[in-house]
Design a protein around this ligand. Structure first.
Ligand code: PLP
Length: 247
């Protein structure tokens, strides 16, 4: 999560996703949403990046989802260190990873601590001079970024993989889809081949810390409409207005 001037942006949405995933993963959250929100707000001073982690608690020595101990909740906050200004100004170079998202995996739609594939993909991207890796799913359709969602613009309309492509339904992705509706920009959610992404006029990534991050190139191929393109810039403005409204 990210706070702006001490206010956590979209806190309710983050906590609802956490509760839904906890329930799916059979973790009994020991606190109510209100209690968690109060705890998060306590550490959310200034512009912070905040991580709320729930573990299964003290390990009993058996490999099982059932434990006799309550889950442990950890909340960490640190000042936001923004991405390089150059990325915001002229876009982030990204590359397509050889690692695939498994759209049939039961955990692919949940934010869990199973981050190794994403971290390997990011390390590979960094070695290639890129700020993020894009992952296809096992059928070859575009899924998401290693730590972000991907959206793109074609002839003034926004496209993004649907959740069944195998991705985390990002809170920022959801907000951007709502903002597109408010701005009367058509949104297509579906299964898209990687080629469609390469032919896009504009590409951008979303997550709570990146917000909307324009993409400059994919595997060295420049995005034709430049970065940030006009539709991305419009959505960045709309996002900023939402942040201001929430403060
Ligand atoms: C794999 C993955 N997809 C998407 C996202 C974007 O999520 P959100 O918009 O909720 O920050 C993240 C964020 O960390 C992520 O790890």
């Amino acid at each position: 999560m990210r706070s702006y001037g001490g206010r956590v942006f979209l806190l309710g949405e983050h906590l609802r996703r956490l509760a839904a995933s906890a329930s799916f993963l059979r973790l009994r959250l020991p606190y109510t949403q209100t209690q968690l929100a109060e705890a998060v707000n306590l550490v959310a001073g200034g512009d912070s990046s905040i991580r709320l982690t729930v573990t299964r608690g003290q390990h009993t020595g058996s490999l099982s989802l059932e434990t006799d101990h309550p889950p442990t909740v950890i909340i960490q906050a640190k000042p936001v260190v923004d991405y390089p200004e150059e990325y915001r100004r002229s876009g982030m170079p990204v590359c397509v990873s050889a690692i695939r998202r498994d759209e049939a995996s039961p955990i692919v739609r949940h934010k869990t601590l199973n981050y190794l594939e994403s971290l390997l993909a990011r390390a590979e991207a960094a070695e290639r001079g890129c700020g993020e890796a894009l992952l296809l799913n096992t059928a070859g359709f575009v899924a998401e970024g290693a730590t972000s969602n991907v959206l793109w613009v074609r002839r003034g309309e926004v496209c993004t993989p649907s959740v069944d492509a195998g991705l985390l339904a990002g809170i920022v992705r959801e907000l951007v889809i709502r903002l597109c509706c408010a701005e009367r920009i058509r949104v297509h959610e579906g299964l898209f081949a990687a080629g469609e992404l390469l032919e896009a006029d504009e590409v951008f990534l979303t997550n709570s810390l990146m917000e909307l991050m324009p993409v400059r190139s994919i595997d060295g191929q420049e995005i034709r409409g430049g970065a940030p393109g006009p539709v991305t810039s419009r959505l960045v403005q709309a996002y900023r207005r939402e942040v201001e409204r929430s403060r």
